[in-house]
Design a protein around this ligand. Structure first.
Ligand code: COA
Length: 322
């Protein structure tokens, strides 16, 4: 028994902030942002629009693309680090919106690796025969935890949602997933101020806002992503030449180019959307996947490598026969 991607969907909030818009209220430039990150614009949730508001249309599109109805969904795994509520979890909030009660629904917090973690978990439920139609979602409103006076992070992070439906299948779909974490780098990328915080935990720069040592994060991300893609290929006894598409976490164009070089893949075989929506954390891989599927580049039967790296640090990869 395998899990197979039956449908994909995504949603981006209407409001767009371009690099030029950012120039209006922080000391930065369009040229600097493009050169260092590849980002040109990003979407930002409207006042009153929350994570589940973004997730719902993405989920409905994925369910429709799978040829299913919401009532068919028997598992929801929802990756986010910007949930609307402390509890109930985002998975159950989405379940209520979709009207598909009964199956398990929960959220997963692994920052920008959240979707790969969620996919890995849902794949195991399906393989074990505990779910037939699993909805895997990544959705974020990072604009709410962005310090808009910090040009080192405000240029990067943004809002969006992506989703896939995994069906139980006798044909290979998700071939393998590879998850890792190293909690010793907490201080390089963190967002303090959770409700469980006690005095003694780092509170800088301000509770509720992202703090990042960009240069250090960059170095470790490139190194670990290089390792995990090798691991995924070796586990399946596949050579990198077997890959049709790299669908990477959309954090920074230079990190993506580094991963492509390592795989000897021309950039034409890499799905790049970072220019349009910046780093949407757990939403970024399913957003890129949906873009590649809907514009016809990614075709049935092709071999995809999904990868992501995020706070924790957490990182992971998935090899998928689409
Ligand atoms: N606009 C203009 N200048 C900026 C700037 C901005 N938005 N942000 C920083 N700078 C300046 C710095 O102040 C510094 O100036 P100085 O040399 O006078 O001190 C200079 O640019 C270089 O800063 P640095 O932070 O070393 O730049 P960088 O080349 O490392 O680029 C990032 C910064 C954030 C773009 C880059 O480190 C990065 O992308 N890191 C990975 C982050 C990431 O992907 N995180 C999420 C992982 S899931």
């Amino acid at each position: 028994m395998y899990s197979k991607i039956a449908g994909t969907g995504s949603y981006l909030p209407e409001k767009i902030l371009t690099n030029r818009d950012l120039e209006g209220f922080m000391e930065t430039s369009d040229a600097w942002i493009r050169e260092r990150t590849g980002i040109e614009r990003r979407h930002v949730a409207a006042e009153g629009q929350g994570t589940v508001d973004l997730a719902e249309p993405a989920a409905r599109r994925a369910i429709e693309a799978a040829g299913l109805a919401p009532r068919d969904i028997d598992l929801i795994v929802f990756a986010t680090c910007t949930p609307d509520y402390v509890f109930p979890n985002a998975g159950t909030l989405l379940q209520q919106r979709l009207g598909c009660p009964g199956g398990a629904a929960f959220s997963v917090e692994a920052a920008c690796s959240g979707f790969i973690y969620a996919l890995s978990i849902a794949d195991k439920f399906v393989r074990a025969g505990e779910a037939k139609h699993a909805l895997v979602v990544g959705a974020e409103v990072l604009s709410r935890v962005t310090d808009w006076s910090d040009r080192g992070t405000a240029i990067l992070f943004a809002d969006g949602a992506g989703a896939v439906v995994l069906n139980a299948s006798a044909q290979p779909g998700v071939l393998s997933t590879h998850l890792h974490a190293d909690g010793s780098h907490r201080e390089l990328l963190f967002c303090p101020g959770g409700p469980g915080a006690r005095s003694g935990l780092p509170a800088a720069p301000a509770p509720g806002f992202i703090h990042m040592e960009g240069r250090e994060v960059f170095k470790i991300a490139v190194m670990e992503l290089g390792r995990v893609v090798d691991e995924a290929l070796a586990a399946n006894r596949l050579d990198r030449s077997a890959l049709d598409w790299l669908v990477p976490h959309q954090a920074n164009l230079r990190i993506i180019q580094g991963a492509a070089r390592k795989l000897d893949l021309p950039m034409e075989r890499v799905i790049v959307t970072v220019q349009d929506h910046g780093n949407t954390s757990a939403a970024s891989v399913p957003l890129a996947l949906d873009a590649g599927v809907r514009d016809g580049r990614i075709k049935r039967g092709e071999l995809l490598l999904l990868e992501a790296f995020g706070a924790g640090f957490t990182w992971g990869a998935a090899l998928v026969r689409y």
